[in-house]
Design a protein around this ligand. Sequence first.
Ligand code: SF4
Ligand code: FES
Length: 249
Amino acid sequence: MRLHLQVWRQDGPRDAGRMERIEATDISADMSFLEMLDKVNEDLIVEGREPIAFDHDCREGICGTCSMMIDGVAHGPESGTTTCQLHMRSFRDGDTIQIEPWRSRAFPVIRDLVVDRTAFERIIRAGGYVSVNTGNAQDANNLPIPKPDADAAMDAAACIGCGACVASCPNGSAMLFVAAKIGHLGHLPQGQPERYRRARAMVAQMDAEGFGACSNHYECEAVCPKEIPVSFIGRMNRDFMRAALCGEE
Ligand code: SF4
Ligand code: FES
């Protein structure tokens, strides 16, 4: 395949940035999207040009780093799929593909397609954990958890912190990400002691980082590669209201 790429190039956080046309040649339909970019970068290096900076790590849909807008859609055209798991068979020979970084005030661009997502880490640090007394290992299965709760916690825990929800929301809201983290811990007995304190602290940090509020566009759910449902946002709001209005700890 031969593809015409329109790629966002930005030399650094203070650079204005611009779209650049780059040809991708000898692309196999079996390549992943990131392998296509690897091939393009090898060709750019041979030509003496700067390779495209992009984030990646696991390439298995686990780490959440491979974040980019492809033809205006976070992670590209296949639903429930990260960029690293997207394959070039989803495109046709001769296609023009637009590739841009996440665009959100809370995710400033560092270079080309790489953005700074440390705001998510600061939200996790504010409350996305459980405190435990360490000691001898507990007997296995001595803390029974109802199957529906275990399933719901597991669904929420699938969030990989990629930020597609933020990048796709017209308000740059991080509520699906925060709700997934709060829902994951809040469905488990270990998450109960700090449940309401956690909701208050994580929501406060989310606001402090400059993320917007949810106004029910549901774009976050539509693009989430782990298909986290927006129902977790409702659950987070209930926890937050109880913490804020009733002083629940
Ligand atoms: S909720 Fe989905 S889109 Fe948002 S950070 Fe988690 S995995 Fe990514
Ligand atoms: S590189 Fe880890 S999820 Fe894509």
